[in-house]
Design a binder for this molecule. Structure first.
Ligand SMILES: C[S@@+](CC[C@H](N)C(=O)[O-])C[C@H]1O[C@@H](n2cnc3c(N)ncnc32)[C@H](O)[C@@H]1O
Ligand code: SF4
Length: 330
């Protein structure tokens, strides 16, 4: 609602310190819970913020106290010149934590250059370790994803977090093998509940699994020590005893964490989304293209933060978010 000296504080007294930056709404996969198979209604290229515009917006956020940026999409690695964009964001004063979410299918080509450019932490979506099942869920191939993961490890990313959507009747027999896989390769793991974003997300609700129950069940097999992850974030983490493996249970539906929300999302067309589970938004692209000053841009961001809603309503109003997850990147 107001900017204390270099701070963005929303109407619920939460400090906004984190921007999820979607650099494209396109993707080379079609995860059934995210992007409809024949979806064509992508943002037109002349609406994409170019590298200079993106840098300006993130710079304005940094001057307002934002220190963390996660690059996401769609699939961020399908964006041309992604390395250059990453480098420019990385060089912004005040951004001290730059991370990436990717499906990893193109990561083997990019891992080293992204790491050299300044990204140190990555999240990789991986819902199954079985090639046929992976193809059914995502429409893509498992082999290149595993190659991408190994390339990332080789390039020095740490931590590498695997994001696995927990899907009833689809991959609920693979949780233990995913834990073993992460133990073997020194990855972290986060189980995630499906969210009713767009038509695809709502259909996926049929496969919703309450992660509280999953956690209970897994703890009969693994010795979990409750803990917290440095840097906070929504995940409720445990550590597997006698190992370094941390496992997060991300429970936006069964137990939401809106009261500590510290983030907003910028889509590729320059729209700021104030909440993942609401449609409240503020368009920055027209202002950028009308030549707004740097101070004007900061004021616009302050105005946007003033409409950040208190919480999502995925449970009470599951039909209300019409945009797809691929527009804002989770
Ligand atoms: C939209 S993707 C963007 C980044 C990249 N393409 C990837 O897959 O990691 C970011 C995350 O959103 C998750 N996601 C997509 N649709 C979802 C849904 N309906 N409910 C919960 N998570 C979803 C994906 O599993 C992924 O981990
Ligand atoms: S979850 Fe990621 S990889 Fe899957 S369709 Fe959505 S954007 Fe693409």
């Amino acid at each position: 609602m107001h900017a204390e000296k270099n701070k963005l504080i929303d109407p619920f007294n939460r400090e906004i310190k984190y921007v999820r930056l979607s650099v494209t709404d396109r993707c080379n996969m079609r995860c059934f819970y995210c992007l409809p198979k024949h979806f064509k209604n992508f943002e037109q290229p002349d609406h994409w913020l170019n590298i200079d515009e993106t840098e300006r917006v993130i710079n304005a956020f940094a001057e307002l106290g934002v220190a963390r940026v996660r690059i996401t999409g769609g699939e961020p690695l399908v964006r041309k010149n992604i390395n250059q964009l990453v480098q420019r964001i990385c060089d912004i004063d005040g951004i001290d934590d730059l991370s990436l979410s990717t499906n990893a299918s193109l990561l083997s080509q990019h891992a080293q250059s992204l790491h050299d450019a300044g990204i140190s932490r990555i999240n990789v979506s991986l819902d199954s370790l079985r090639a046929d099942r992976f193809r059914t869920i995502t429409g893509g191939e498992l082999g290149p994803v595993l190659e991408g993961l190994m390339a990332a490890r080789h390039a020095g990313f740490k931590p590498i977090k695997i994001n696995m959507l927990a899907l009833k009747d689809i991959n609920d027999d693979e949780f233990e093998s995913m834990i073993e896989f992460c133990l073997e390769h020194d990855f972290s793991l986060r189980f995630i509940e499906t969210m009713p974003m767009g038509s695809t997300g709502r259909k996926a609700s049929d496969h919703f699994l309450d992660l509280g129950k999953v956690r209970k069940q897994l703890s009969t097999r693994f010795d979990f020590i409750p803990g917290v992850m440095p840097g906070g974030g929504p995940a409720r983490y445990v550590r597997v005893n006698n190992s370094d493996l941390r496992i997060g249970f991300i429970t936006p539906l069964s137990q939401h964490f809106c009261e500590t929300c510290n983030r907003v999302r910028l889509s590729v067309d320059g729209t700021l989304y104030l909440c993942l589970g609401q449609e409240h938004k503020y368009e920055l692209r027209p202002l950028l293209r009308q030549g707004i000053s740097d101070d004007g841009l900061k004021n616009a961001i302050i105005e946007a933060i003033a409409i950040k809603p208190e919480k999502h309503e995925f449970r009470d109003r599951p039909g209300q978010v019409v945009r797809l997850m691929s527009m804002t990147g989770g």
